[in-house]
Design a binder for this molecule. Structure first.
Ligand code: NAD
Ligand code: TDX
Length: 337
């Protein structure tokens, strides 16, 4: 039986990954979820597995020296490192938390994982580390890093520390760089859940600039299966790009959401552009496809349909977040963060 340490498992992608792995491996896997429960961490995302005999939650900051206790008392086959400050707009307003978690936190985790002989360290990174593209081309694993926001710069810093652990100590790492994820349980500050929930509430839909910026979208369960593939077949020291074959302008995404939501009073509102707004991301994922046999399964049309349906049927999940009840609950449980 394999034992995995997952960081940031109460967030959007991490919680999907935990449910995915427990779904695939049942009782043949044991998962320890280390999460600090920042504003983005939500145990409601793990309601379905909270009583699973092989799922364990540990409320801990990855930057805390006490994290070592967990490594002392357990043998981990792999660390899957999702924990991060993840929102670009927040990084533009206040960058230091991004350095604390994404850079320092990653190094602390690497140090413990290496000290306690973890067999594989899978670092979850992003296509944003490559910077911005013009109208053509796509990022390969050899594209030079050129991050433009404090968020992407902190992720690129983490990637370089992970790379250094391999080059210096031959510590068996992988870096997975993925495009924009979407799906159920995504915090409603990111484009797709913000637009869906605003449309349900009849609020304006704030599109930055002219809405012509382009992102490549991947349904979250496809990213989870890519990570599983890298854990099972990835070559130590290698980087794998993961993409969804779904490049869209932001305005097209918002229009598709409006169509799927149907009856709403919401209107598109063009607002001031994001500072340093990357124009376009596009991913060349031939390496993971050709070498490890992975490809995305869910089309954007299908994934968006499922996502809108989930937000419609789970209004309490996002209303609690948007109303602040959720924050009040967690502050009562765990103290002010
Ligand atoms: P998220 O913001 O939804 O979740 C982050 C989780 O990390 C939360 O549960 C939070 O409580 C936890 N966390 C934050 N700081 C922590 C700390 N110091 N110690 C312990 N836990 C901490 O993020 P997400 O969208 O699920 O992204 C997960 C990872 O995937 C991130 O590393 C992100 O950079 C990467 N990524 C995200 C996307 C995307 O589109 N969302 C795309 C590519 C890569
Ligand atoms: O209100 C909005 N209006 C708008 O036009 C918001 C929140 C976003 N946008 C635009 C900005 C981007 O061009 O939509 C696009 C997507 O924005 P986000 O959802 O904030 O994602 P992005 O900045 O592309 O970063 C995401 O993908 C890569 C994740 O947040 C990162 O964690 C991941 O690394």
């Amino acid at each position: 039986m394999k034992t995995y340490l997952v960081t940031g498992g109460a967030g959007f992608i991490g919680s999907h990954f935990i449910r995915h792995m427990l779904g695939v491996f049942g009782e043949d896997i044991s998962i320890y979820n280390v999460d600090a429960l920042t504003y983005a961490g939500n145990l409601a995302n793990l309601e379905a597995v909270k009583n699973h005999p092989h799922y364990h939650f540990v409320k801990q900051n990855i930057n805390s020296p006490e994290l070592e206790d967990l490594f002392k008392s357990h043998t981990f086959d792999a660390v899957v490192h999702f924990a991060a400050e993840s929102h670009v707009d927040r990084s533009i307003i206040d960058s230091l938390p991004f350095i604390d978690t994404n850079v320092r936190g990653t190094q602390r985790l690497l140090d413990f994982a290496r000290k306690y002989n973890v067999k594989r360290f899978c670092h979850i990174s992003t296509d944003e580390v490559y910077g911005s593209l013009g109208d053509t081309g796509s990022f390969t694993e050899n594209t030079p890093l050129a991050p433009n926001s404090p968020y992407s710069a902190s992720k690129a810093g983490a990637d370089l520390l992970v790379r250094a652990a391999f080059e210096t100590y031959q510590f068996p790492v992988n870096i997975v760089r993925c495009s924009n994820n979407y799906g159920p349980n995504q915090f409603p500050e990111k484009l797709i859940p913000l637009m869906i929930t605003n449309a349900f509430e009849g609020k304006p839909l704030p599109v930055y600039g002219k809405g012509r910026n382009i992102r490549d979208w991947i349904y979250v369960t496809d990213f989870c299966s890519a990570i599983q593939t890298v854990l099972e077949k990835g070559i130590p020291g290698e980087i794998y790009n993961v993409g969804g074959d779904s490049e869209k302008t932001n305005i097209d995404v918002v229009k598709m959401i409006l169509e799927k939501v149907g009856d709403t009073n919401s209107e598109i509102q063009y607002v001031k552009d994001r500072l340093g707004h990357d124009f376009r991301y596009a991913i060349d994922y031939r390496k993971i496809h050709q070498e490890l046999g992975w490809s995305p399964q869910v089309s954007f049309e299908e994934g968006l349909e499922r996502t809108v349906t989930w937000y419609k049927s789970n209004a309490k999940w996002w209303q609690d977040i948007k109303s602040g009840v959720y924050m009040a609950y967690y502050e009562k449980q765990y103290g002010t963060r």
